[in-house]
Ligand binder design. Sequence first.
Ligand SMILES: Nc1nc2c(ncn2[C@@H]2O[C@H](COP(=O)(O)OP(=O)(O)OP(=O)(O)O)[C@@H](O)[C@H]2O)c(=O)[nH]1
Ligand SMILES: [Mg+2]
Ligand SMILES: [Zn+2]
Length: 334
Amino acid sequence: MILCPICLHEFDWSEDELYERTPAGRYQPLSLANVTGARREDLLRAAHVRCPAPVADPGLEHHLPYTYVRHGRPLVIGLVGGPETGKTHLLASMIGAIEQGGLRPYGLTTDAVDIERHAQYVDSYVNPLVVEREALSRTAHRSTAEPVDALLVNDGQHTTAVAFFDIAGEQLRSTAHEATRFVPALGGLLFVIDAATRSARLGDDSFRAVLDRLPKTGGRLDVPAVIAVTKSDAVRFQDPVDTWLYGDPDRLDPADVLKESRDVYAFLHRRGAQAWLSPYDKCRKCTLHFVSATGGAAADGRFPRGVRPRRVLAPLISLFAMTGVLRGYPEVGT
Ligand SMILES: Nc1nc2c(ncn2[C@@H]2O[C@H](COP(=O)(O)OP(=O)(O)OP(=O)(O)O)[C@@H](O)[C@H]2O)c(=O)[nH]1
Ligand SMILES: [Mg+2]
Ligand SMILES: [Zn+2]
């Protein structure tokens, strides 16, 4: 059974009922009868399955890539944080770092779930930021939400489809909104805190709204979480932020993850930001990280000296280890 990340319908699918996307963006039945070998694999790579949930309006009908469902239960990751905390830049930097081979040191390889959609994401977010050095726009409010990008992550033995949701911070606060419908499907939480934030006392409504909607056992959540303190470049001269931000990034050492988590915890605690630590209090597995999506602040909508992301893959690697996408590593995040 597959949980549709768009409407939360649980459904089964079969290889006899596949669809292909026409150049006009419609879906039509795809017959693979008598198609074998490399041609079959090629058609499957672009095939879709139809979510059978009943819809009121035919315009709401939706399809999921076959590659998204063929490897078993996908991991759905949501970026959670208030308006302008830096979620969209962080995700673009992460995907950019992955495109540049940043997961290779961990023995992970990636492919796009949907080649066209991924190319669209790279063209609209990664290249403008990393290559053109442009600041990205605030995320538009939407009436529904679908993943902005999805990847197949392979650890040498297993493949997991990983989908990313990134909606506007203001919309995340509302539990009733259609655009937050994906929240119960989340299998990994990426909480984003702006390192330079001053109004920390009350915490973040978006954290609360999301944490409240996920099932708990014994008062705590089993969904693994990471807290990424982004824009850490703005506080880089504060000890020990600099040590972590400019340290050796290419490995996952559980002892280091624990040490960094403690330092981030202390950093937030010192700023009176206890309320921001609610994911740590409520999630059984949670690690904390200093990151910078851009390496510095934008001026007039540009990064004149280029974009130099710092440690952006650390939270993702930790999530992968805690969710079992990346196996063979000792436990992190307790
Ligand atoms: N210094 C610094 N600024 C950053 C960094 N990441 C993002 N910013 C700035 O923070 C602002 C908000 O970034 P976004 O990524 O759009 O924030 P968001 O959380 O997606 O905002 P919404 O879509 O409105 O929810 C932009 O002006 C960015 O230039 C960073 O790592 N360092
Ligand atoms: Mg955004
Ligand atoms: Zn659906």
